[in-house]
Design a protein around this ligand. Structure first.
Ligand code: S3P
Length: 446
């Protein structure tokens, strides 16, 4: 599939409802499988990645029934899962495969986890190592640094061993895998992380009654004296801040017209909105209105108003790089329109996302005529705020976020931009082109 995008001829305007957050959706599905009572999940996104997690929990014994605009998930409880009849296909979804590793690490049966070409190249040793220290059995392809799917998980000894583990990198997927396995361990398991990775698992597991405590960067699950019961009435999945970032950026570089661009009910969990902090540092105005709590998560309407602001370069490093890790490709597009050189560092994790996002982000910007220097742990973008970018032919390398970032850059190009290999936009945001179109952009899917 390819996207064909024309330069914006007028400012963007309108209200777009962004689908449910992908990270929270995965957790709502996988954690509901562990619940002793049915869980009502409202606002689940329609992306293919969440669909993979839904299929996986069904194969493990959950039933999922649509009830109006919600789904009611009847799980199997912590100890009632059944062995899947076939390999669990995680598609393009790193979160599905890594969280399943943790969930299945403590089961008495074996499961096979497979994925698409991109997922089959992604590193799994990072989850295997701590889970093996807990006594779990997981094997994959290769034995070196880069053990890859297919993976075989289990059967496990009972119970698993509680461990204290310090993550070598800030990863919510690895952290969550350990916390899930910890539910099947006999004591206090503590995970300490070097940076503020997203904390949805902590919030949602505590909400379901898991024996979980957080102290600074350390999260502990202590199963001693626990009745081994998770239960909760439901989850409201807020709109995805990562999907929202593309439309916010579009409104910032093409300008917002009458009434502005409004995205209601977006998750504003501080571990997810490094993007907004970086945008503010660049001089971009985004307001958060109608703030409220949606269960354990804060949400607000994101609103962009007025003409495209004059953006200035910034530096994104340290904790901010962790809190904006999925948004760095679209922040790079904003940097391409800013005065000065924007530097991104401490982001080596970009190398092992759906594509090598240091390489693919720079290649994408260069296609638009923007100078971008590749660094081992990030990149440097030389802004071109004056005049249009060069219309481009971009290869998205099967990476949804590269395709969507390129579509936004195309709004300020000097002609038609074509983005090839964009099918995977459907993994996170199938309605992306329609949403950009609804705001007034001209974008076609072929
Ligand atoms: C995710 C965690 C992050 C993020 C990914 C979703 C999650 O990955 O990049 O898109 O839902 O836990 P890492 O855990 O590899 O940092």
């Amino acid at each position: 599939m390819r996207l064909i995008v024309e330069p914006a001829t007028r400012p963007l305007a309108g209200r777009v409802v962004i689908p449910g957050d992908k990270s929270i959706g995965h957790r709502a599905l996988l954690f509901s499988l562990l619940s002793a009572t049915p869980v009502r999940v409202l606002g689940l996104g329609d992306g293919a990645d969440n669909g993979r997690s839904a299929k996986a929990i069904a194969a493990l014994g959950a039933t999922i029934v649509r009830a109006g605009d919600a789904f009611v998930i009847t799980g199997a409880g912590l100890d009632g899962m059944r062995a899947p009849a076939a390999p669990l296909d995680c598609g393009n979804s790193g979160t599905t495969i890594r969280l399943l590793c943790g969930l299945l690490a403590g089961q008495r049966f074996a499961s096979t986890l497979v994925g698409d070409d991109s997922l089959s190249k992604r590193p799994m040793r990072r989850v295997m190592e701590p889970l093996a220290a807990m006594g779990a059995r997981i094997t994959g392809i290769g034995t070196g640094v880069n053990v890859t799917p297919p993976l075989v998980v289990g059967p496990a000894p009972h119970p698993l061993r509680a461990i204290a583990y310090t993550l070598p990198m800030a990863s919510a997927q690895v952290k969550t895998a350990i916390l899930l396995a910890a539910l099947y361990a006999d004591g206090a398991t503590t995970v300490t992380e070097p940076g503020p990775s997203r904390d949805h698992s902590e919030r949602m597991l505590a909400y379901l009654g898991a024996p979980l405590t957080v102290a600074g960067r350390a999260t502990t699950i202590d199963t001693r004296g626990w009745d081994r019961r998770l239960a909760g009435a439901g989850f409201e999945v807020p709109a995805d801040p990562s999907s929202s970032a593309f439309l916010v950026a579009a409104a910032l570089i093409a300008g917002a017209g009458e009434g502005g661009v409004r995205l209601p009910g977006v998750c504003t969990n501080p571990t997810r909105i490094g993007f907004l902090d970086a945008v503010a540092a660049m001089g971009g105005g985004v307001t958060c209105e109608a703030a409220r709590m949606a269960g354990p998560e804060p949400v607000a309407d994101l609103v962009v108003r007025g003409a495209a602001p004059a953006l200035r370069a910034t530096e994104i490093a340290g904790d901010l790089a962790v809190r904006s890790i999925d948004e760095l490709p679209i922040l790079a597009v904003l940097a391409a329109r800013a005065h000065g050189t924007t530097i991104v560092r401490d982001a080596e994790e970009l190398r092992v996302k759906e594509s090598d996002r240091i390489a693919t982000t720079c290649a994408m910007l260069r296609a638009f005529g923007v100078e971008c220097e590749v660094h081992p742990d990030g990149f440097a973008v030389q802004g071109r705020p004056d005049g249009p970018l060069r219309a481009a032919r971009v290869h998205a390398d099967g990476d949804h976020r590269i395709a969507m970032a390129a579509a936004v850059a195309a709004l300020v190009a000097d002609g038609t931009t074509v983005i090839d290999d964009a099918d995977n936009v459907a993994t996170s945001y199938p309605g992306f082109a329609a949403a950009l179109g609804a705001l007034g952009a001209t974008i076609r899917v072929e």
